[in-house]
Design a protein around this ligand. Structure first.
Ligand code: NAP
Length: 267
């Protein structure tokens, strides 16, 4: 098993990453940052998102494990005081993973060139000043004529991030679905949107045809300035992200702990 550690540079994280490296070295684990089987991230969700993008071309053959050092930690299963347990689980257990959907984004230019992106959380199409005007299609059928700040298409694991702040539902990542949420839509006689988040099925796709010649597209918060786009197509990718299943927490417990607070009362 080839392992690599990806971490942020916070003081606490550096100490945890050093301790983790030592524990793995003691067990004679092979380190390989180029072609790892397992990527252990130490930090927050941002650290895991960065590591995902670093290895997105190998995503089908990699298992991710997140160690949490502060922050919210939606993607990070292990606490830093459980490093020994995590290393034992990694080395002694049969590998098992939980697979979650990813978002595939195809940006097609006026000249027909296509650039493909993969998102773990979401992709948003928006304008910083002036409104974004766009036609929104579901399965190539015109659904609505949007005018407003923008639109966000998120994965189930991304539903607790930006999408939630936009009023989207929290979606269990066991569901293969994509959610589109609006960012401040204008509704009048000319521009009429559903004004509610929608969730599409695994075999469906959303196409945004912008009427603005330049706008911003984000992929997991990373900004791209887009000009002369003909359309952007969003669908569930054939690839998925795999998390090591051992130590993987119950999704709804995590939602509760992160957004509501712990409650131990069971029925
Ligand atoms: P950032 O400021 O580094 O991160 C924003 C916050 O979102 C951080 O607290 C991060 O957790 C948390 N987060 C990331 N993925 C999450 C998930 N799947 N579920 C719950 N919380 C999550 O922002 P960035 O680097 O520009 O973008 C990273 C992500 O942040 C984006 O993909 C987007 O979803 C989210 N974001 C949200 C808003 C908003 O809600 N208004 C605005 C911008 C970006 P950690 O602290 O553990 O890293």
């Amino acid at each position: 098993m080839r392992v690599t550690i990806a971490h942020n540079n916070n003081k606490n994280t550096l100490e945890v990453a050093k301790k983790l490296k030592k524990l793995l070295q003691e067990k004679n684990v092979v380190f390989d940052a180029k072609y790892p089987d397992v990527v252990i991230t130490v930090g927050g969700d941002g650290t895991l998102i960065n590591a995902f993008h670093r290895y997105e071309n190998q995503v089908d053959s990699i298992r991710f494990i997140g160690v949490h050092t502060g922050h919210l930690g939606f993607y990070t299963d292990w606490r830093s005081y459980d490093l020994d347990k995590m290393v034992d689980a990694l080395l002694l257990r049969k590998p098992e993973s939980a697979k979650y959907p990813l978002l595939e984004v195809d940006l097609i230019t006026e000249s027909g060139d296509k650039k493909r992106y993969l998102a773990l959380n979401e992709s948003a199409v928006k304008r910083v000043s002036h409104t974004l005007e766009a036609n929104v299609y579901i399965d190539d059928q015109l659904f609505e004529n949007f005018r407003g700040d923008g639109l966000c298409i998120s994965t189930p694991t991304g539903s607790t991030a930006y999408s939630k702040s936009l009023g989207g539902a929290v979606i269990h990542p066991g569901l293969k679905a994509l959610q589109m949420t609006e960012i401040a839509s204008i509704n009048n006689r000319v521009f009429r949107t559903l004004s509610a988040p929608i969730v599409i099925a695994p075999d469906q796709w959303i196409t945004i045809v912008p009427n603005s010649d330049h706008f911003v597209m984000t992929i997991d918060g990373e900004r791209l300035d887009v000009r002369n786009a003909k359309k952007i197509v969003f669908k569930i990718s054939n690839h998925s992200i795999q998390f090591d299943r051992f130590g993987h927490h119950n999704f709804w417990n995590r939602v509760q702990n992160s957004f509501i607070g712990e409650n131990d009362d069971n029925i």
